[in-house]
Design a binder for this molecule. Structure first.
Ligand SMILES: [Zn+2]
Length: 281
């Protein structure tokens, strides 16, 4: 499940992304289990930062023998956009993504197609074919009226495995309408591929992660140059943070607060929806 690891919390609209991804993700995991597949929940329960949260889930996935990695999200935009899109990078990823998309669309959601996810951290850094599902828009009345976590989970499982989960046609549960949840669940279904990832230093890499993120976004420092990725919070790095904060309307502070991290994550993890950008990739 995407997010669910503060300060990595998801989007908010008519519903909360953290709660929806957790609800759908838990159902997907148990349904895969009941069909004889093993699924690993890669969602960390805590993180130092959003980037750290992304890194942890990737590390968990990469340390297992996984056939593929599935990241579950809900979209948010302007209240009017709606529908389902699935991101992938490789051709193998796209072949996994397409039937998942088709099954979700068959529930009545608008088909926003399989899209190129080469800007998405969890797709870029996992070693197995990976997809990121934007189930539907949590700020769209149309989508939220149509949405049901049980049906969504069944569609995802059918898309991934070709198998219909037991009881798929009948069971229906609506997501309870309260508490924002923290915690587990995500993604990853097992069988074969693999790569060991060395346990890395857990210590504070915040500045380094920030520099990398700013470089990815091509936000330069005071000299208009790429930031050195040295983990040192110097005046150049502060200038870049300040530029970024300004761009996303957080004021021009040269410090990265929770809002800064959330904005970075939102941008790094999600495509920027552009009106008139209808062509998928
Ligand atoms: Zn998300």
């Amino acid at each position: 499940m995407g997010h669910n690891a503060p300060p990595d919390t998801g989007a908010r609209g008519i519903a909360f992304e953290d709660r929806l991804t957790k609800d759908v993700g838990n159902r997907v995991i148990s349904k895969l289990g009941s069909l004889g597949h093993s699924a690993v929940n890669c969602t960390p329960s805590r993180a130092y930062s959003v980037i750290d949260s992304l890194r942890r889930r990737v590390r968990t996935g990469n340390a297992q023998n996984l056939d593929y990695y599935v990241s579950i999200h809900f979209n948010a935009f302007n209240g009017r956009a709606n529908g389902t899109e699935v991101f992938a990078i490789s051709n193998t990823g796209r072949r996994i993504a397409q039937p998942v998309l088709d099954n979700i669309v068959s529930l009545g959601f608008v088909n926003r197609r399989v899209k190129n996810g080469s800007h998405l951290y969890v797709l870029r850094h996992t070693n197995m074919p990976a997809i990121l599902i934007e189930c539907c828009f949590l700020d769209s009345r149309r989508d939220m009226d149509l949405f049901n976590s049980e049906d969504m989970a069944n569609a995802i499982v059918k898309g991934l495995t070709g198998q219909t989960p037991p009881g798929a046609a009948t069971a229906r549960f609506n997501v309870p309408q309260e508490e924002a949840t923290l915690g587990e669940i995500s993604t990853g279904v097992t069988l074969a591929a693999f790569q060991a990832v060395p346990e890395q230093e857990e210590l504070d890499n915040t500045t380094l992660e920030l520099q990398k993120a700013l470089n990815t976004l091509k936000i330069t420092g005071s000299e208009d140059q790429v930031l050195p990725e040295d983990g040192i919070l110097d005046s150049n790095t502060k200038a870049a943070i300040s530029k970024f904060n300004e761009i996303v309307d957080l004021g021009d502070f040269g410090a990265a607060g929770v809002a800064t991290w959330n904005a970075l994550a939102e941008i790094l993890e999600k495509p920027i929806l552009r009106v008139n950008h209808a062509d998928g990739c």
